[in-house]
Design a protein around this ligand. Structure first.
Ligand SMILES: Nc1ncnc2c1ncn2[C@@H]1O[C@H](COP(=O)(O)OP(=O)(O)OP(=O)(O)O)[C@@H](O)[C@H]1O
Ligand code: SF4
Ligand SMILES: [Mg+2]
Length: 399
C-alpha cells in the first residue's frame, strides 16, 4: 500500500521527530499534511482544498467514510463513564461505527475492552450511574434521546439482543415456551398495535420461533424448564426470543462462548441461516477472532474502550494495520503452529480505565512506539478504502 512517496516519507518521519503532539488534533494535522493519495506532488498540498472529504485516504474517519450503503445504525463518538469509588471509569470513548442493513459487524477485543458496555448503551440498558454521550442513530432516531416509551418499542422489535450466558438470562422457574411468548406479548404492549394478542396466539408464535431455531419437537420442549435443556438448546431458546419479533438488528454478545466447539459451530450456522432468512443485520461481539471471522462482513477491534481498527473482515485479518490487531492475530493458534512453543501473548497490561494516559492507549505495550505516541491520542484515519486504524506510525512504515 502506498500512502507516502519516499521523499515525502523521509519528510514525514523528520516531522514526526520534530513536532510536539500534545493533542489529538496535532496528530490529525500531521496526517492531513502527509497522508494523501499517491500522485499529488507537494506533501503540504493535502492541506489545500477539502482535505476532510469522504474517501480521501488519510482523512479523518467519520462513520460516513466507511459504509457504502445507507446505514441501519450509526454510532458516533460514543462515550460511557461510570462513577466508582476508585474514580471515573472511562469504559468507552470516541467510538464510532455504522452497520448497514443485512450487514454483520464483528466487534473484538480482550476482556474489559468495552464491547458489552457499547452494546448495552445501544439499548440503553446501562445502570443509572452510567454517563453516556455521543449519538446512536437507528433508522433515523437518536436512541440516546428517545423518550423511554419509544425506546421500549425499539427493544426487541427493532434491536434485539442475545446474551452470553443463557442460564442466567433465562428465568429458571418459567417454561421456555412461556418465556418466548412473554417476549411476544411484551412487544405487543410496547408497540402501537391496538389489536391485543391472546396468550394462546403468543404461545403458538413461540413454538413457531422454537421450530425456526431448530429445537426438535418444539411443541413439547416449549413446556420444559431451562434446566431440562442442554447448553446449546438454551442458547437456541435465547435466539428464538431475540428473533420472535422480527428485529432488523441483532446484537449477539459472545453468543457461543459458553458452548463447546461443535455446538458453537451449529449455533454460528444457525445465526448465518437466520441472517439470510430474516435479512438481519448483526453486531457480533466476541473475544474469539476465529469465531468472528466465520460470520462477519466487517470487523472492528476495541482496546481499552477505544476502536483501534475497523475494516472488511479480509482486510483486518489478512492486512492488519494496528499493532494491537497484529498482536491479537499472532496470539491465535492455527494448524501450523509449533505446539512445542508457548503461545504468543501481548506483553504488558491494559491501562487502568480510571487513569487513562493522554496518548495512544497501547503505547506501553507497543513495539512500534515512538516518543510522540505517549503525547496525544491518535485519531482513526482511513488507511485504505473501507479500512481505518488508529496508528499513524504504522502507516508511515507501511508504504
Ligand atoms: N456498572 C459499571 N460500573 C463500573 N465499571 C463498569 C460497569 N460496567 C462495566 N464496567 C467496566 O467497563 C469496562 C468494560 O466492560 P465490558 O463489560 O464492556 O467489557 P467487555 O469488552 O465486554 O469484556 P468481556 O469480554 O469480559 O465481556 C470494564 O473495565 C468494566 O469493569
Ligand atoms: S506505534 Fe504509537 S500510535 Fe501506533 S499503536 Fe504503537 S504506540 Fe500507538
Ligand atoms: Mg462483555
Amino acid at each position: 500500500m502506498h500512502f507516502i512517496f519516499s521523499p515525502q516519507r523521509a519528510l514525514a518521519k523528520e516531522e514526526l521527530r520534530r513536532t510536539d503532539f500534545t493533542t489529538a488534533s496535532d496528530w490529525q494535522g500531521f496526517l492531513l499534511a502527509y497522508h494523501r493519495p499517491c500522485g499529488s506532488d507537494s506533501p503540504k498540498g493535502a492541506n489545500k482544498g477539502n482535505a476532510l472529504t469522504t474517501g480521501d485516504r488519510g482523512t479523518r474517519f467519520s462513520p460516513d467514510t466507511i459504509s457504502p450503503v445507507p446505514d441501519l445504525l450509526a454510532v458516533e463518538n460514543l462515550r460511557v463513564e461510570f462513577a466508582s469509588p476508585q474514580g471515573v471509569v472511562c469504559a468507552v470513548r470516541e467510538v464510532s461505527f455504522c452497520i448497514a442493513a443485512r450487514e454483520v459487524l464483528g466487534l473484538v477485543g480482550e476482556s474489559g475492552s468495552g464491547k458489552s458496555v457499547t452494546s448495552m448503551a445501544m439499548l440503553r440498558l446501562l445502570p443509572p450511574q452510567a454517563r453516556v454521550s455521543g449519538s446512536i442513530h437507528f433508522e433515523g432516531n437518536d436512541l440516546l434521546r428517545l423518550p423511554e416509551p419509544a425506546m421500549r418499542g425499539i427493544r426487541g422489535s427493532g434491536i434485539a439482543m442475545i446474551f452470553q450466558e443463557p442460564m442466567t438470562a433465562l428465568n429458571p422457574v418459567m417454561r421456555v415456551g412461556d418465556q418466548v411468548a412473554e417476549a411476544v406479548l411484551a412487544h405487543q404492549r410496547d408497540g402501537k398495535s391496538s389489536k391485543r394478542m391472546t396468550k394462546q396466539v403468543a404461545g403458538e408464535r413461540a413454538v413457531e420461533a422454537l421450530r425456526t431455531v431448530a429445537i426438535p419437537d418444539a411443541e413439547r420442549r416449549a413446556r420444559d424448564y431451562p434446566y431440562q435443556l442442554s447448553g446449546g438448546q438454551r442458547q437456541r431458546v435465547m435466539i428464538a426470543m431475540a428473533i420472535v419479533n422480527r428485529p432488523r438488528l441483532l446484537i449477539a454478545d459472545e453468543p457461543t462462548t459458553a458452548l463447546d466447539v461443535t455446538i458453537q459451530a451449529e449455533v454460528l450456522e444457525l445465526l448465518n441461516e437466520l441472517r439470510e432468512k430474516f435479512a438481519l443485520a448483526m453486531l457480533f461481539i466476541s473475544h474469539d477472532l476465529a469465531v468472528v471471522s466465520q460470520v462477519s462482513d466487517r470487523v472492528a477491534v476495541m482496546y481499552a474502550g477505544n476502536l483501534v481498527e475497523m475494516g472488511r473482515a479480509e482486510q483486518v485479518f489478512h492486512n492488519p494495520m494496528h499493532p494491537y490487531t497484529r498482536g491479537l492475530l499472532k496470539a491465535v493458534p492455527n494448524l501450523h503452529s509449533d505446539r512445542s512453543q508457548p503461545l504468543r501473548t501481548i506483553e504488558g497490561t491494559v491501562p487502568p480505565l480510571t487513569a487513562l494516559p493522554p496518548g495512544c492507549l497501547f503505547e506501553p505495550r507497543c513495539g512500534w512506539r515512538v516518543e510522540r505516541c505517549a503525547e496525544a491520542l491518535p485519531p482513526l484515519v482511513e488507511v485504505a478504502p473501507d479500512h481505518v486504524a488508529r496508528c499513524p506510525v504504522i502507516q508511515l512504515e507501511h508504504h
